[in-house]
Design a protein around this ligand. Structure first.
Ligand SMILES: [Zn+2]
Ligand SMILES: [Zn+2]
Length: 361
């Protein structure tokens, strides 16, 4: 099978012919149909904990079950599945406490080899998942069956962007009727945050975004106000739009530590800040100490929207099927597997909102 492999840190992706390892008792072989390209994958290219080269990149996919290990009970060959970036094991310290979003498999799991090269050299899967490939070797707990009429290129969005944002808006920040919201960064995640906040009943949704075309796109998706940081102090502008208070909930989706500080300061006293953007591992956030100590703002950290894939992804799929959120509006382009590197560069360079890989092409 073909896969887009990171041969070494900071090296270009190379499409290689690999042999998938045979499934263990609790493994599932999935034929990938569509893969959401995530900016996190571009961080995996750099030296750090997200990949162990040679590695197949990618942590999200929609596909069809091809084969199952002897002890697998949740899915059968032919089932449509979403392969999630969050493989909550169900058995570790965090999973035992209902905190599968912090599962040890995600942050401390062993390097997982899923394939071998012609010379027998093992190839790992980034994040234990590795979806830039025709065939995936996934643990049973890392996927969920979803019966849906959604096309694969939309279903795969539930394995990263759409689910992260819906989880953050509905589950983490609990945005509700009449709320005010600010979304910093109107890219792939930001677009879903804006749509989700409107669906949740937010009456004011302020999007802060330096790129003009992205501002126009989120306006069309429901942002009530769009701000260009080049036009002056965005914290002041957000406060001006909210009676001087700041918003009930702010989301940082720009992947910039300095923007986290702005998002914190644009939140009202007692409000909620949800930081979602990824940046360099060495980056730090410098918050005003007394405001942090006294003003009642909550910073709610989350991972993949803290979704419970079995409970949440099927119902999120129904929300998309019902047309309450628009996946077509955020997918700009599909790429064949051979152009995985190009797709990743386009996503990382903010040339487009969402790139989807079609590994069968
Ligand atoms: Zn992702
Ligand atoms: Zn776990």
């Amino acid at each position: 099978m073909r896969a887009a492999v990171l041969p070494a840190f900071d090296a270009p992706l190379a499409v290689e012919e690999l042999e998938l390892l045979p499934p263990g008792p609790r493994d599932v072989v999935v034929r990938a149909r569509a893969v959401e390209v995530c900016v996190t994958d571009s961080y995996a290219v750099r030296p750090g904990p997200l990949a162990h080269p040679p590695a197949i990149l990618g942590h999200s996919a929609a596909g069809v079950v091809e084969a199952v290990g002897s002890a697998v009970t949740a899915v059968r060959p032919g089932d449509r599945v979403v392969v999630a970036g969050t493989p909550a094991c169900g058995a570790c310290f965090w999973c035992d406490r209902g905190e599968g979003h912090q599962c040890r498999e995600i942050f401390e799991g062993e390097v997982r080899h899923v394939a071998r090269r012609e010379d027998g050299a093992p190839v790992s899967a980034a994040g234990g998942v590795g979806t830039y490939a025709e065939l995936l070797l996934v643990r049973e707990f890392g996927l969920v069956r979803v019966d849906t009429t959604l096309p694969d290129e939309h279903l795969c969005l539930l394995s990263c962007g759409a689910a992260s944002a819906m989880g953050a808006v509905f589950g983490i920040a609990r945005v509700g009727l009449g709320h005010s919201v600010a979304v910093f960064g109107a890219g792939r995640i930001g677009s879903w945050l804006v749509q989700s906040a409107r669906l949740a009943g937010a009456v004011r949704v302020v999007a802060v975004e330096p790129l003009a075309d992205r501002r126009e796109r989120v306006r069309a998706l429901g942002a009530t106000d769009v701000l260009d940081p080049a036009d002056g102090d965005v914290v002041e502008q957000v406060r001006d739009l909210t009676g001087g208070r700041g918003v009930d909930a702010a989301f940082e989706a720009a992947g910039d530590a300095a923007v986290v500080v702005q998002a914190f300061s644009a939140t009202r006293r007692g409000g909620v800040l949800v930081p979602l953007g990824m940046t360099d591992w060495a980056a730090t956030v410098d918050l005003p100490a007394n405001a942090l100590a006294m003003r009642g703002r909550e910073i709610r950290s989350c991972q993949y929207g803290n979704v419970d894939i079995r409970h949440d992804l099927p119902r999120f799929a129904r929300v998309l099927e019902a047309g309450l959120l628009d996946p077509a509006a955020v997918v700009d382009r599909t790429y064949p597997l051979a152009e995985a590197g190009k797709a990743l560069a386009a996503a990382a360079d903010r040339e487009l909102l969402t790139a989807v890989l079609l590994p069968t092409t």
